[in-house]
Design a protein around this ligand. Structure first.
Ligand SMILES: [Zn+2]
Length: 68
């Protein structure tokens, strides 16, 4: 019986990892534009996509369902 529980745990873990990977890949495909992707604030630092971690978090919340 304990084996079955272990397998279920493993499957859940695999699904979770896949979701994290997917979210990470999705974020990597978004290019920096020189402006915050969420509030359009100009960003001087090259390669940065959001002006603050708050904007990044809000942006991620808005886009997390895009690939469905
Ligand atoms: Zn911003």
């Amino acid at each position: 019986m304990s084996d079955e529980v272990d397998i279920a745990d493993e499957v859940a873990e695999t699904i979770l990892q896949a979701q994290i990977e997917k979210a990470r890949r999705q974020q990597d495909t978004v290019q920096a534009t020189g402006f915050c992707l969420f509030c359009d604030e100009p960003i001087e630092e090259p390669g940065r996509r959001w002006c603050s971690s708050e904007c990044r978090d809000d942006w991620e919340l808005e886009h997390k369902d895009d690939t469905v």
